[in-house]
Design a protein around this ligand. Sequence first.
Ligand code: 0A1
Ligand code: ZN
Length: 852
Amino acid sequence: MSKEPQAIYLKDYKKPSFAIREVNLTFELFEEYTIVTNVMKFLKLDNVQELRLHAEELELLEVFLDDVALDQESYTIDEESLSVKNVAESFTLKIVNKIYPHKNTELEGLYKSGDIFCTQCEPEGFRRITPYLDRPDVMSVFTTTVIADKEKYPILLSNGNKHQCHENFDGRHGVTWHDPHPKPSYLFALVAGDLGSVSDEFTTMSGNKVALNIYVDKGNESKCSHAMRSLKEAMRWDEETYGREYDLDIYNIVAVDSFNMGAMENKGLNIFNSAYVLANTDTATDANFMGIESVIAHEYFHNWTGNRITCRDWFQLTLKEGLTVFRDQSFSADMNSREVQRIEDVKGLRERQFVEDASPTRHPIQPKSYISMNNFYTSTVYEKGAEVIRMMHTLLGEEKYRAAMDLYFNTFDGEAVTTGDFVWAMEQAGGIDLKQFQLWYHQSGTPRLIVDEKFENGVYTLMLTQKILDDVDGSKQAPMYYPLKMALINQDGALALEKMLIVSKEKESFSFDGFAFKPVLSINRDFSAPIIIEQQESDYAFLMKYDTNSFTQYEATQNFAIETLESMMQGSKIDEAFVEAYGYLLDLDIDLSYKALLLELPSISTLMQRQEVIDCQIIYSAHEDLAKHLADVFQEKLLQIYKENHNPDSDAIDAKSIAQRAIKNRVLKLLSASETKEIALIAKEQYDNSITMTDRVTALDVLEHTDEPLAEEAFKDFYNKYKDNTLVMNKYFGLLSSSLRDDILHRVKTLQNDEVYDDKVPNLVRSLVGTFARNHKHFHAKDGEGYKFVADKIVEIDKINPQMASGLCSTFKIYDKMNKENQKLMKRELMRVISTQGLSKNSFEIIDKILK
Ligand code: 0A1
Ligand code: ZN
């Protein structure tokens, strides 16, 4: 790199010197370029002479200050900005500039996804469209006119309400949109295309009618009904749960195929990765349906938590993201099974966030500095951020939490605020001091709690010690404050007491008396705090039977399996007590989705996280041995569960049908560990006859791991059926690159040449290369070829789309926990990538942290 990229610090935050009272934008879209005319009304807020606007990769055509054309001496341009000298107290600036959307492969700013013009402005994409004060604390009223060829782009959209249509003589037309709600530039959006659409209507609680439209590629209209249903449910839920209603006449959603993330909450015009809109049972799995419901709701909920009240600066990102994730998780829990939702949320947190929090890229949910803000759309900011909101919800209780949210909305509506402002509202309405609690915003790493017990003279004492971690830079951190739900269960299985403790000191103990025998502890019920419990001893088999909390019952099952696997990794034989307990689970008559979770063995990644020095090979072999043993011992029962729940003719997506598919596919996967022809044939039959994508995907996965010729036949069939459907092809690539078979790297390399694959489409990169980099067996192969392949892809993709490339860099973040041999191989590749000429600041930032 020529010059090391510079970090930006929260401590350097300064208020803006100018306000933009209104902005009027005109976009003239052409195939080869776009002309943007930007008229802004400024107001000076403090005593400065110069206005400095953000501007990146823009071709400036004209600048007018209060209608007078400026000569080149009156302003200066550099790589990041446009500065205008000697400006008055209030003035109008008109800027005309040219951009090239069809060459924009970064997918930030205005770009083309296939034939559709679309935008992505969060966090700093707007400055790649036109010069602006591109920071979230500058909020303005936008009026936007989009002009384009009428035949090619009949649909022209922007934020707010439709204001006016314009007909031109030359085959071009235009539409003007007006958004009355002041907003920061990151919420700006524009779409132009020849799109199909599905429409509906929603009447808000105060009787306003809102037009709902989902725009998709023509031919996909029939795949929008689940998204539309989810949107209406979300709108109703936010009214009922938070008293918040929608505030424009129209709510538009547009699905595009090339998108860096899941979706974006632009005011009144959400832009979505098509993977989170389009679904029918032939092409989408049950998990996809759930994902759509949650992302549609997430973006809708942002209208209040993000758009009406936004972030003062990007360090406050968790203000809107943690809160909105908590809201979408609560919504999904209300729509589906509360117990399953909680376990799924925690699983996700541990798989992604705990790994990040143990790595050199760890950061507090409110980071202190960044080089590229794009790198901070992390699981920490989102998922740990949601856990922090959830803890406040737990501490306050439902009623006070709702009062605190009302106070937050009433106090800060229309403003750009900080996480401190949010906590203030929680403290005021909750009547609680959250000073120590606020450390959750500023400290990194997953807190650990060492749990010891004592039982004497009928008194049970719980002794807790917080293990305080240092920050990444070695600085000391302090003990945390959190709610810890616990229960004590009598030896006969009866619940003796249930309590919420407040943990706040480095060392503290809690005593409970009146016990004839030592009770069994159930700790961190509902996962009330996002911490790691270190317990010397526990009776997991007992808790699997008697714990009344669905989360800790699940936890006991996982912990028992982990204990069993870890002793196998040390050379012990399989613990038959675990096998017996697993058999007990098989017989339970409980909700089948929950049962499917109980029967799942801990993931490879869970076991990796617990190793001091990681060696994947030992984990894989213990995992395979245990699965095979369970499959052999319980074959008959598993087959019976499979048969009872296999309904090949049903593609219903109600809770019961989804649960039946979940349990059936769980036992099929477990049975496949025995690698018998019989199971392969069952999977093949499931592939051939089922009518849902959920069943087909599991069948393919099982075949891939059990029977090469049958797998080949099924995959060929799948390819031929779906090669024209990119969303389904993502599954195809994902299945093949997650395979544990020996020749995988070679196959992944070959798949890059498939006519469907394209390095420019983020979903495809994620499903082929991203999945491979998470295939621990092959990524960490001892010949270093896995690392080399991913490093080569990082270098290639970094030139096209730095945000995608830095996502791939993150897969190296367990570098410092790997064994010496793997570390050496990883280092070689990381050094090669970081010394690449012209490497983006996105990739630089991640690799630099890993290597430090
Ligand atoms: N705010 C969106 C996520 C998002 C962030 C950045 C993007 O591009 C760089 C795109 C989307 C959300 O939370 O849904
Ligand atoms: Zn969000």
